[in-house]
Design a protein around this ligand. Structure first.
Ligand code: CDP
Length: 223
């Protein structure tokens, strides 16, 4: 350990943490725990896209229709973000379809940046937080896990909520969603060059949290 007064890094709790990664990588659980730990607000940005997707479906529209999707994003009621239906597999599918439209992404951008700019500071998780929403975030993580581990987690989550789920179908659905999220033109899912990579395939929640905290604190050290 360097002696005091030399170049010893001083760790200061970050005010903004950007967490990106594919579906069921564990980023939501991690983001919530980090927000609690550092006393920051937490925004699950996926819930915005899920709410837009569900609003389009509820109005009888098609999430692939850019006009209907943008209209739903512009009139999104933040009160709808707590709806438990947003956690359903159908909402996840609809979310990734509305998320390809640049007009939808633009309509949701200000809200996300306002949360991050609150005096309390915030953790945001999603697909484009470190790259587009908060390129200046003080700490960035890209959280990933093998497709098999992610499918097993998502199946367990759905079964626990009483939804039907099958591992093979889930593996296919996640692979399809990864491809759509990473392959779209508008703000594709990507690891920011300055984001630390965390693979949670073989980590418990506590282990993932400890690893994330270490990565964050080593990168938020300021002179
Ligand atoms: O929980 P899960 O990882 O399955 O998904 P989510 O984070 O709730 O996001 C649902 C979908 O919204 C993703 O598949 C993305 O298509 C989209 N999304 C996005 O495009 N950008 C974000 N910042 C967050 C979510």
């Amino acid at each position: 350990m360097p002696a005091p007064g030399t170049n010893a890094p001083r760790t200061i709790a970050p005010r903004t943490i950007a967490i990106d990664g594919p579906a069921a990588s564990g980023k939501g659980t991690l983001a919530r725990r980090l927000a609690d730990h550092y006393g920051l607000a937490y925004l699950d940005t996926g819930s915005l896209y899920r709410a837009v997707g569900m609003a389009v479906l509820a109005g009888g529209g098609d999430p692939a229709d850019p006009v209907a999707a943008e209209q739903a994003a512009r009139t999104l009621d933040p009160a709808s973000l707590g709806d438990p239906l947003l956690k359903s597999a159908a909402a996840g599918e609809a979310a990734s379809k509305v998320a390809v439209h640049p007009g939808v992404r633009a309509a949701l951008l200000d809200f996300q940046r306002r949360v991050a700019a609150s005096p309390q500071g915030a953790v945001l998780d999603g697909r484009d937080i470190g790259t587009v929403v908060l390129p200046e975030a003080e700490a960035k993580l890209f959280v990933t896990a093998s497709l098999e581990a992610r499918a097993a987690r998502r199946v367990a989550e759905l079964l626990a909520r009483g939804e039907a789920a099958d591992a093979e179908a889930m593996t296919r659905a996640l692979a399809e969603r990864d491809a759509r999220d990473a392959g779209r033109d508008a703000a594709p899912m990507a690891r920011a060059p300055d984001a630390a990579l965390l693979d949670t395939s073989n980590l418990s929640i506590d282990e993932a949290f400890a690893a994330a905290k270490m990565l964050i604190e080593s990168r938020t050290a300021r002179p």
